[in-house]
Design a protein around this ligand. Structure first.
Ligand code: PLP
Length: 410
């Protein structure tokens, strides 16, 4: 960072402030993590300077000897970590990966069926303000009103009624294990492609602490920066028979030159994900989420589905008589950062919903363990209850700051 400081002190100061913020707060945003120094260095490497339209061995510009090596390395590592037949590492992020996957498999206007956004699905799974809801004819399944879990019989019923060409599974705010085999049998029954978007859980899948969709789904898409702890990027894994269509959809259909610096950083992240300690990391992510769930339940909070199987929890604040927005703002003042989130069948508006989504991927990277979760939830509870009391929030913030000093960021 010395060069940034010297050339552009204004930008340096903003980056430094963000560094301090990340160091001195407890980050519970379920989609965030701390990438390692190795991943960050590869991401900031000289590959930033290289254009590489095309694929290894078939590029449009010269000077690709090392670009080809790094892209092949990332692909081989992804194949090995996920057991995939074919991998494309060029998507710029998760949303482009989904755009490219749809482009490869569908014609404009084709029917898709995905989890509705208000029930935990992602915008790109057919929501009406997103390209996926505009370019395709989208319908949605949700969760069961009683169990708040995916009801596979209901998914089957909707699939039989709608007859989608593509069935999408995967979510942004679903705290339970996803049964990919059940989705596959529904997709087969209606003759649909099965696509799994594992953006949130790809690190858990890589480590074997969540079942993998790779053997069953036709195509799997993911971001690489959430539980996988890599650079901000995207990835598509598929069966060999879709390889050509996927590759053509990524380039030249939807993207130009790949971000080779991100591919290099992904190669590093995949190396890290293949090490034995990554399995420990992913298991601790889940153990921390379960410990947090217990700590919330013991303080009288209701959790969507009653708990968690993965890296996230959805806390329903209704019984505490506070909206998600006010709770998240109070938490931030106390130094604990999470996002307000709709809960299934929410009666409040999406911008100020009834819940808060909490994830343990980032704090686990810092070394926080199940025994620390009660302390953190204690602070959250205090912050929510004293949300009008600025000095109480300030005192919690000070305690959080001190606590954070024991957990270095990478
Ligand atoms: N898919 C899912 C399930 C997600 O949760 C997200 C991001 O949160 C994405 C796709 C999109 O990723 P990005 O924001 O990198 O485009």
């Amino acid at each position: 960072m010395d060069a940034v400081k010297e050339i552009d002190p204004t930008t340096w100061e903003i980056i430094s402030n963000e560094e301090d913020r990340q160091r001195n707060t407890i980050r519970l945003i379920a989609s965030e993590n701390y990438a390692s120094q190795a991943v960050m260095q590869a991401s900031g490497s000289v590959f930033t300077n290289k254009y590489a339209e095309g694929y290894a061995g078939k590029r449009y510009y010269l000077g690709q000897e090392f670009v080809d090596q790094i892209e092949r390395l990332a692909i081989e590592r992804a194949k090995s970590v996920f057991g995939a037949e074919h991998v494309n590492v060029q998507p710029y992020s998760g949303s482009p990966a989904n755009l490219e996957m749809y482009y490869a498999l569908l014609e404009l206007g084709d029917k898709i069926l995905g989890m509705g956004l208000p029930h935990g699905g992602h915008l790109t799974h057919g929501w009406n303000v997103n390209f996926s809801g505009r370019f395709y004819t989208a319908s949605a399944y949700g969760v069961n009103p009683e169990t708040e879990r995916i009801d596979y019989d209901e998914v089957r019923r909707i699939a039989l009624q709608e007859r989608p060409k593509l069935l999408m599974c995967g979510a942004s705010a679903y705290p339970r294990e996803i049964d990919f085999e059940a989705f596959k049998s529904i997709a087969d029954e209606v003759g649909a492609y099965l696509v799994a978007d594992i953006a949130h859980i790809s690190g858990l899948v890589a480590a074997g602490v969540h079942p993998s969709p790779v053997p069953v789904a036709d195509v799997v898409t993911s971001t690489t920066h959430k539980t996988l702890r890599g650079p901000r990027s995207g990835i598509i894994l598929c069966k060999d028979k879709f390889a050509k269509d996927i590759d053509r959809a990524v380039f030249p259909a939807c993207q130009g030159g790949p971000h080779v610096h991100a591919i290099a950083a992904l190669a590093v992240a995949l190396h890290e994900a293949s090490q034995p300690d990554f399995k420990d990391y992913a298991s601790t992510v889940v153990a921390n989420a379960k410990a947090m769930a217990e700590a919330f339940l013991s303080r009288g909070y209701r959790l969507v589905t009653g708990g968690t199987d993965n890296h996230l929890l959805l806390v329903d604040l209704t019984s505490k008589d506070v909206g998600g927005k006010a709770a998240a703002v109070a938490m931030e003042k106390a130094g604990i950062v999470a996002n307000a989130n709709s809960i299934p069948f929410d009666t409040r508006k999406p911008f100020d919903p009834s819940g808060v989504r909490i994830g343990t991927a980032a704090i686990t990277t810092r070394g926080m363990k199940p025994e620390h979760m009660d302390t953190i939830v204690g602070w959250i509870d205090k912050a929510v209850l004293s949300r009008e009391d600025e000095s109480a929030l300030g005192r919690i913030n000070q305690e959080v700051r001190e606590f954070c000093q024991s957990f270095p960021v990478p």
